[in-house]
Design a protein around this ligand. Structure first.
Ligand SMILES: *Cc1c(COP(=O)(O)O)cnc(C)c1O
Length: 241
C-alpha cells in the first residue's frame, strides 16, 4: 500500500482535513490552534506507512505496545529524513516492559496507577533520566477502562508528583465510545480535574491528552491540548463525519 502514490495523497489530503477541523474547533471554543497538538497513532500500520505519514506532514506518532514502539523507533529513528521524529507511548504499560519504553518514548501518556508511577520512576532513576509522563484518569468510570479514578488521583497526586524519576506534564483520558454527550462530559471532567490539581500541586499540568478519531473535535472544544488520532489518519475506509 505504501508504494502506492495515492496512499501518500490520501494521507496528505486527510491530514489537511483533520487539521482544518482542529482549527475550526479551536475557533468555536475561542482557542488558539497552536494550543492543540495532534499525534498520529501508528499502532495498526508498519514503519513504511509511518514514513509515508511523515512525508505527509505528521511529526509525532503514538504507539500502544512497547514492542511496536521498539520496532518503529529502531526502523525509523535513525533515518536522516526523519530527524526529530517523536514517538509517544499511549497504551497500557506493564512493569516488565517499562525499560523498553524509557528513552524511546518522548511522553508516556498511560501512567495509570501509583504503583506504575513508582515503577517508572525507579527505573528512570536507575538510568539517570527523568521521564515526561501523563497520569491516565478513568473519568467516565467505565469498568473496562484503566487509569486512576478521580478520587484515587486526588489521594495519590502529592506523592506521585514528588517521585524523582518522572515529571508529570498533565492528564490523559479516553471517552466512552459512540456517545458524544458522554465524551463531552468525560473531557470537561478531565479539564476540571486538572484545574483542581493545578491549584493543589502548583504544577502547570499543561497537557490534556484526550480525543481520538471519533471525538477529537469535541475534545478540542473541551480543552484538549493533544489529540491521538489513528483511524482517521491512516485508514482509507474511515469516513470523517
Ligand atoms: C488506538 C488508540 C487511539 C487512536 O484511536 P482512533 O479511534 O483510531 O483514532 C488513541 N488512543 C489510544 C490509547 C489508543 O489505543
Amino acid at each position: 500500500m505504501s508504494a502506492d502514490v495515492s496512499y501518500g495523497e490520501f494521507l496528505r489530503a486527510r491530514r489537511e482535513d483533520v487539521m482544518g477541523r482542529i482549527e475550526a474547533a479551536c475557533q468555536c471554543a475561542g482557542r488558539e490552534p497552536g494550543e492543540v497538538q495532534a499525534i498520529a497513532v501508528s499502532k495498526t500500520v508498519g514503519p513504511e506507512e509511518v514514513l509515508d505519514a511523515w512525508r505527509a506532514g505528521w511529526r509525532a506518532f503514538g504507539e500502544n505496545r512497547p514492542q511496536e514502539l521498539v520496532r518503529k523507533t529502531e526502523a525509523l529513528g535513525g533515518l536522516p529524513e526523519m530527524a526529530g521524529v517523536r514517538f509517544d507511548m499511549i497504551g497500557n504499560l506493564q512493569k516488565n516492559k517499562i525499560n523498553q519504553v524509557i528513552g524511546r518514548a518522548a511522553l508516556i501518556h498511560s501512567v495509570s496507577s501509583e504503583h506504575l508511577a513508582e515503577a517508572v520512576s525507579t527505573r528512570c532513576e536507575a538510568r539517570g533520566v527523568v521521564a515526561d509522563v501523563l497520569l491516565e484518569v478513568n473519568v467516565s468510570g467505565e469498568a473496562s477502562k484503566s487509569g486512576f479514578s478521580p478520587d484515587e488521583l486526588r489521594a495519590a497526586v502529592d506523592s506521585v508528583v514528588a517521585l524523582p524519576g518522572i515529571s508529570v506534564q498533565g492528564l490523559m483520558t479516553m471517552a466512552p465510545a459512540g456517545d458524544a454527550d458522554a465524551a463531552r462530559r468525560t473531557f470537561s471532567g478531565l479539564r476540571e480535574l486538572a484545574c483542581e490539581l493545578r491549584g493543589r500541586t502548583g504544577l502547570a499540568l499543561q497537557t490534556l491528552s484526550c480525543g481520538m478519531s471519533d471525538d477529537f473535535e469535541i475534545a478540542v472544544e473541551e480543552g484538549s491540548t493533544l489529540v491521538r488520532l489513528g483511524r482517521c489518519v491512516f485508514d482509507q475506509g474511515y469516513a470523517l463525519s
